[in-house]
Design a protein around this ligand. Sequence first.
Ligand SMILES: Nc1nc2c(ncn2[C@@H]2O[C@H](COP(=O)(O)OP(=O)(O)O)[C@@H](O)[C@H]2O)c(=O)[nH]1
Ligand SMILES: [Mg+2]
Length: 387
Amino acid sequence: MIGFIQAFYHVLGLSINATDGDVWGFVAIALILVGAVFMWFQPQAKEQAPKISKQEKVEPPKAKVEVPKVSKDIEVKEAKISFADRLTKGLSKTSQGVFGKLSSLFGKGLDSGTLDEVEELLYSADMGPATVSEIIEALQEKVKKGEFGPDDFKHFMYEFLKSKMENVQKNVSDELFTFKSGQGTRVIMVVGVNGAGKTTTIGKLATKLTAQGAKVVVGACDTFRAAAVDQLQVWCDRAGATMVRAKEGANPSGVGYDALQTALNEKADYCILDTAGRLHTAGNLMDELKKSKAVLQKLDDSAPHHTLLVIDAITGQNALRQAEEFNKTLALTGLILTKCDGSSKAGSAVSIVSTLQVPITYIGIGESVEDLDQFKLEEYLKALLAL
Ligand SMILES: Nc1nc2c(ncn2[C@@H]2O[C@H](COP(=O)(O)OP(=O)(O)O)[C@@H](O)[C@H]2O)c(=O)[nH]1
Ligand SMILES: [Mg+2]
């Protein structure tokens, strides 16, 4: 090292003798230089860091732009899914709930202990006492015969429920789903408690009927709430249906009359009346519906041709009470079962149909137009029992 320093002095033309102290001086200078070079490159490295993160930050918006594309594709696929599949999906909470528990009981084999549990579960499914005892009696016969697994139970329930409802379901008029011209103006009055889904169902129905080429007039007879009328207006505008509306607080019977008059003048194929929600226990409001019906008959003595009660499937046993009262006042011709995509217990639907002998016309499994369809008993039971 001393030799190297001596040579360095010589190159510089210095006649100095290199010593140990010079070596340490050189080492110190070299370290300072290396440190300076390191410090010089450090900020550059730091500057590059944001560049990288900037690039990373630029990436996410690109990904975001693609999201609508993906969701559009999904939407298209969803629309292509058949109603039967949508129904199975919609009813999955119900089929996995009480009905799932029921059929799993039979995995262990059927005995009288199991039957007590079955009875309890049937009650909790809102089946109603008469229906429950009929099922239990029939099952007792099966116990005597022996082997009875979950699948046997499902098939037994399928046949049982079908036999309870099929004769009534045969009475559903096709004109509620399929438009045929030249039938005159068919009047459909929709009733039910608040929030059951009347307005939404009418909106979906009007859309389905106009899509088939039918001329539809909708009467906004729920004059209690301006928001309800506006909600219906949005649906009608979208459906291309004429809406007859009055000021907030106007007489509902008068709106019904005006709507039917308009429908007759325009030779409309359907006149659908949305009524205000009311509790079946409110006598005066129930009488008002009766009056509305009578007022319609001044224009057409056969109107309304259909009086449909909307039932929220989640209502449970109280739904039968509701249906009984509405039926007493209005002589219902059909039921609309909505919100079957929630965790309904489904048993009340069976009780209502078999007790009142009034069929279910439409079934709702969500909020969009595709979520309403004709109620088909076999399709419904298969979805309910996951068959
Ligand atoms: N999940 C679900 N929601 C529904 C269904 N039918 C209606 N709804 C919703 O239930 C709420 C009340 O419906 P609406 O038609 O205003 O009830 P109305 O008071 O009887 O007219 C709204 O938020 C609807 O979107 C259905 O089948 N499934
Ligand atoms: Mg409403």
